[in-house]
Write a protein that binds this ligand. Structure first.
Ligand code: BG6
Length: 485
């Protein structure tokens, strides 16, 4: 679907996200000629810079993040789209400069992307309303963190909702923009093969892991008040869980997909005092080695509080109380400074009921489907097959689908796809307000439990798979994390 002319306003336009992700994503789409000639990117920031000064910043801070160094001709064309408007987002009297810059033509799509701390969301929306810039056909994009608990999420929804209708609000979770996540939809609902097996009768457990090698980097100020549960699990991991577990939506339309996801979030088994202490492991990285290089522990990172109790790792066991999933454990895990960079979903099927071969049933590896999001994108289906030769011995073999090999078409980064969707007015890959609240509602008891707990997160050495308690969590059910089996 072609994109019509637009003014994309980036609040936080000189910030880290704009430089690392948003402008490079827009450049990539511009390079592929997806953007109309007269479309513009209006970067709003507090610094009282001239247009030239801002473009120098873009040159120094955004250009290095573009995958293939831009050809000068394309780069110059892209820079011509950018307009810098210095305003103080909290001060309504400065919005006149923005109003003078925007083209007020109903045929031109107007998008406000709030890449700012959430504490500014309400003020910016109010100021847009007060200055008549929040028009009925404008759109607003909200970047995470979308709250830090249920109450703050509700407040964001309520305040933004006073200015924009739900159909105008795009809550970003960049994991939903990843190619493999959409391939999971294709796999589940574009094939007849999996659906009959996609249930408690045939699936023994599901593991979802997002592991990173990087540490907290220069984001300590944010991260120390957030931690892995808020930063990754409440959003990215729960969204992946929803896509794996949801009932077939009636169509790919926004509300059909979001209704199905919401049903999953609302069916997540609530924690009890016992499951809160037994089914959740939190950890914090200590010094160690990643890729053979020594790295400091979390508390030794620059500016880190020496007694910080912020978790950099979390693993938990979730269950979904529905006919389809009752009794099937979903193990979720994420951490920084882990042994490998990896994001994957492992769906493990049940063991065969009886072996007809001269090897015991226990020597059969249960079938599993591994859906890889990172570092490469693909699927593998693990099956038992006969080993070549005279004897009838069975061993695990892999049916491998590498998306990059299979489809030679150029890839799109998550932000590229999501920005295009905003510009096209496609809401399917964005969270609805009630989904956001349902996700917070489920994780909040964990946060409360940790607040009341005097213990610190369990230490784990950088470059490992987290605290031993994480293996024990899944081990209690007679299982292992995939890379440990
Ligand atoms: C972000 C988190 O949402 O996702 C970061 O705030 C994390 O802490 C990042 O590093 C991971 O995203 P990706 O796409 O690199 O796996």
């Amino acid at each position: 679907m072609a994109i019509s002319d637009f003014d994309l306003v980036l609040f936080g336009g000189s910030g880290d996200l704009a430089m690392r992700k948003l402008l490079p994503a827009m450049y990539a789409r511009d390079y592929c000629q997806d953007l109309p000639d007269s479309a513009r990117i209006i970067c709003v920031g507090r610094n009282d810079w001239s247009q030239e000064q801002f473009l120098q910043t873009v040159e120094a801070s955004a250009k290095p993040h573009i995958k293939e160094t831009p050809v000068d001709e394309h780069w110059q064309r892209f820079l011509q789209r950018i307009v810098y408007v210095p305003i103080n987002a909290s001060d309504v009297s400065t919005y006149g400069k923005l109003a003078d810059t925007l083209r007020r033509d109903p045929a031109i799509t107007l998008v406000y992307y709030l890449a700012t701390p959430p504490s500014l969301f309400a003020t910016i929306c109010d100021n847009l309303k007060a200055t008549g810039l929040a028009t009925p056909n404008s759109r607003v994009v909200l970047e995470k963190p979308l709250g830090r608990d249920l109450e703050s999420a509700k407040q964001i929804n309520a305040e933004v909702g006073k200015v924009f209708a739900e159909s105008q609000i795009y809550r970003i979770d960049h994991y939903l923009g990843k190619e493999t996540v959409q391939n999971l939809l294709a796999l589940r609902f574009g094939n007849i093969l999996f659906e009959p097996l996609w249930r408690r009768e045939w699936i023994s457990d599901v593991q979802i892991t997002i592991a990173e090698k990087i540490g907290v980097g220069n984001r300590l100020g944010y991260y120390d008040t957030s931690g892995a549960l808020r930063d990754m699990l409440q959003n990215h991991l729960l969204q992946l869980l929803c896509i794996v577990a949801m009932e077939p939506p009636t169509s790919i339309s926004p509300d059909a997909v979001r209704d199905s996801k919401l049903q999953v979030l609302r069916s997540l088994k609530r924690f009890t005092p016992t499951t809160l202490s037994q089914n959740i492991v939190r950890g914090q990285y200590r010094a160690g080695y990643v890729d053979g290089k020594p790295v400091p522990g979390y508390r030794e990172e620059p500016d880190a509080p020496k007694q910080s109790k912020t978790e950099t790792f979390v693993a938990l066991k979730a269950e979904i109380d529905t006919w389809r999933w009752a009794g099937v454990p979903f193990y979720l895990r994420t951490g920084k400074r882990m042994s490998d960079r990896l994001a994957e979903i492992v769906v493990r099927f049940k063991q065969i009921p009886h072996s007809i071969f001269n090897q015991p049933t226990s020597s059969f590896q249960p079938n599993s489907l591994v859906i890889r999001l990172q570092p490469d994108e693909g699927l593998s289906l693990n099956l038992m097959a006969k080993t070549p030769g005279d004897s009838m011995r069975l061993k695990q073999a892999e049916l491998e689908l590498d998306f990059r090999e299979q489809f030679k078409a150029p890839r799109m980064e998550a932000y590229e796809r999501l920005l295009l969707d905003v510009l096209r007015g496609q809401l399917t890959l964005f969270m609805r307000g009630d989904e956001l609240e349902a996700a917070w509602e489920w994780v909040e008891p964990i946060l409360d439990h940790w607040d009341q707990d005097d213990n610190s997160p369990l230490p784990y050495a950088s470059g490992t798979w987290g605290p031993a308690a994480s293996s024990a969590l899944i081990g209690r059910d007679g299982l292992q994390w995939r890379e440990e089996s």
